[in-house]
Design a protein around this ligand. Structure first.
Ligand SMILES: [Zn+2]
Ligand SMILES: [Zn+2]
Length: 398
């Protein structure tokens, strides 16, 4: 006679996963994950997450699906060519995990994502192809104290790295002279962006993206269960000679990423309800000081000034979101000088603008600073507009 009848054995979709002694399906279900990039790595990350039962997901990607993506993207079909990657990936995710709350965000990871999106997440997984985006994610993750798992692939080689909040070495610490040279070349050019980006066409295969993304998600699961991870280290996989090893990094004492916002105030209003000046006044009261600077999450292009004809155009757009070609003046194509702002000190003429009129994304964080103290303000009234179905509830993680 059998000890248990079949009906007594708890069989469901995740029952094989539960056989792993340390496995906690509820923890996976409750975890809020931000996936940045829905290309070769992003597809494999999302596929693994859906199969594992992650049910709270935001996926960010600006691009549309191209025919050449289909050799490395399990979530996309021929009929999806031309569609937004984030939207198609979210739909495919739900077809693998029908109860999941998956919110697509069609946005540039660097210019269009408010820090509140990072703050929403319990962990961040990145499937990116450039250093600029990684550097931005690293700084954003530090500011809001969130772990992130990076993956990078080229040819049949790849690397996975885990970065924990407030812990060095971080991604920026790992950057060497060659990396900075590439970064500076990308970010220079009079602060205006070039339309066709040099990076983005990396030679890769679906086999390496599945290996690297598989390890990324596995590290995420281990992190979630409090198991040892690749924290501040890199796992390198070289497909040609089946070599794999772990690299250690060294902390850079001058690293610009090492800053965490010490105190966060959640404003119930949306950012359209606050002018810059109003928020600055509120910060003055809260900080108990007259001299307060309200800092933005990123530099903003304030004006374009023509050195030849003297014309001044007010722009208010995040640095990087204005194309180089737009910098030319109508007088005779003269390239205009870009003037930027990165905070408000109480006297600037544009203080009467609403936060939404600065060119900064919704659900961003504004850090008010006095000599002694700093407070970050997060307009949570933006949550639904940005996070959609994912905005529903707070984190249920312990
Ligand atoms: Zn660092
Ligand atoms: Zn001009």
């Amino acid at each position: 006679m059998e000890a248990f009848s079949r009906s007594e054995i708890r069989e469901d979709r995740y029952s094989r996963l539960r056989l792993i002694p340390w496995w906690d399906q509820a923890r996976i279900k409750a975890c809020r994950v931000l996936v940045i990039g829905a290309g070769a790595l992003g597809n494999e990350i999302l596929k693994n997450m859906a199969l594992l039962g992650f049910q709270r997901v935001v996926v960010v990607d600006l691009d549309r699906i191209e025919l050449s993506n289909l050799s490395r993207t399990v979530l996309y079909r021929a009929e999806d060519v031309g569609e937004q990657k984030a939207l198609t990936a979210a739909r495919a995710y739900r077809s693998l995990a029908e109860d999941a709350l998956v919110q697509p965000i069609v946005a540039h990871a660097v210019h269009d994502c408010g820090l509140g999106i990072f703050e929403w997440a319990d962990l961040i997984l990145a499937g990116l192809d450039n250093r600029e985006a990684r550097l931005w994610i690293n700084r954003a993750a530090w500011k809001v104290g969130r772990p992130w798992v990076d993956g990078a692939i080229e040819g049949i080689n790849g690397v996975v790295r885990v970065f924990l909040p407030g812990r060095a070495p971080c991604y920026e610490c790992t950057l060497g002279e060659v990396d900075w040279a590439i970064l500076e070349k990308r970010m220079s050019c009079n602060l205006l962006a070039h339309s066709s980006e040099a990076e983005g066409k990396v030679p890769t295969t679906p086999t390496i993206s599945s290996i690297i993304a598989g390890i990324q998600v596995q590290e995420a699961v281990k992190l979630l269960h409090g198991l040892p991870t690749l924290a501040s280290r890199g796992y390198v996989f070289e497909g040609l000679n089946h070599t794999s090893y772990v690299v250690e990094y060294t902390e850079n004492p001058d690293c610009m990423s090492h800053y965490t916002i010490p105190e966060l105030v959640r404003l119930p209003e949306s950012s359209v309800e606050w002018t810059v000046e109003q928020l600055w006044h509120r910060a003055q009261l809260e900080l108990g000081r007259a001299e307060v600077t309200l800092e933005f999450s990123r530099d903003v292009i304030w004006r374009l000034v023509c050195p030849r004809c003297g014309t001044v155009e007010e722009r208010f757009a995040a640095v990087g979101s204005v194309l180089y070609d737009e910098g030319a003046c109508s007088c005779d194509g003269q390239q205009r000088v870009v003037e930027t702002i990165h905070g408000y000190t109480g006297s600037e003429a544009w203080g009467c603008r609403r936060l939404t009129e600065l060119g900064l994304p919704l659900l961003d964080i504004y850090v008010a600073r006095s000599a002694e103290r700093e407070i970050g303000y997060l307009p949570e009234g933006d949550r639904e507009a940005v996070l959609g179905v994912a905005a529903a509830e707070g984190s249920t993680l312990a």
